[in-house]
Design a protein around this ligand. Sequence first.
Ligand code: ATP
Ligand code: MG
Length: 251
Amino acid sequence: MGILEVKDVGKRFGGLQALGDVNLSVAENSVHAIIGPNGAGKSTLLNCLVGKLIPDSGSVMFDGQSVLGRKPYEINQMGISRVFQTPEIFGDLTVFENMMIPCFAKRDGAFRLHALENVGRERDLVEKAEQMLIDVNMIDKRHMHTASMSRGDKRRLEMAMCLVQEPRLLLLDEPTAGMARADTNNTIDLLKEIKETRDITMAIIEHDMHVVFSLADRITVLAQGTPLVEDTPDKIKGHPKVREAYLGEAH
Ligand SMILES: Nc1ncnc2c1ncn2[C@@H]1O[C@H](COP(=O)(O)OP(=O)(O)OP(=O)(O)O)[C@@H](O)[C@H]1O
Ligand SMILES: [Mg+2]
């Protein structure tokens, strides 16, 4: 049994079957990559895991408990954090203020902007946020407003905002999308370090095969809402079905 068990999950948008019967088992402390062409249903699947979408059928179990029917913040409190395809950070707040959001949310179950005014009295949370910024190499940018940051830094901050909640399962939707090669390589290094130093399971959606093959223990290939094949990176590399699905895309 994996820490995450997805069974026969289906999701329609009107006449479009975005997910067929998706089955997925993610082993604890592994990195499981989900790859597939544009529109394959990768983000839809991830959204079903975090309560952003409710599947029409099937079940999603995390550590033996169903996530279906739970609100996103409840799923978050179960130990699942996610980095969406578009970074969800506040451009008007500084790096440090953004970091405080999940710190408050984890402790209080909610975040209120005015809580930031009392940050001085929250020594333990401040230390936690600062330590996380040190861990991801962003402490020098703590006073920067995030709107002006590079995409790579925004992603890094969003990852730090997830990690500070000490999730058991981290879901990443294209963590290197739109990044320059140097930022991509930095992200690979950061994710490798996370994998090695923390008790954490990761499910990662990614188009960049270099990222996938650098990190994944297992890979599921999704095409038109259905898993084509699931295997180790070595097996996936030479798989004819994968080459077919990726014609013109694998590089
Ligand atoms: N909210 C929605 N309403 C209607 N159709 C949707 C919705 N979200 C996704 N879709 C459709 O469902 C299919 C799967 O989309 P999804 O975003 O899950 O694909 P993806 O694999 O993440 O693609 P990409 O690699 O481009 O991010 C696509 O055809 C998409 O247009
Ligand atoms: Mg997507």
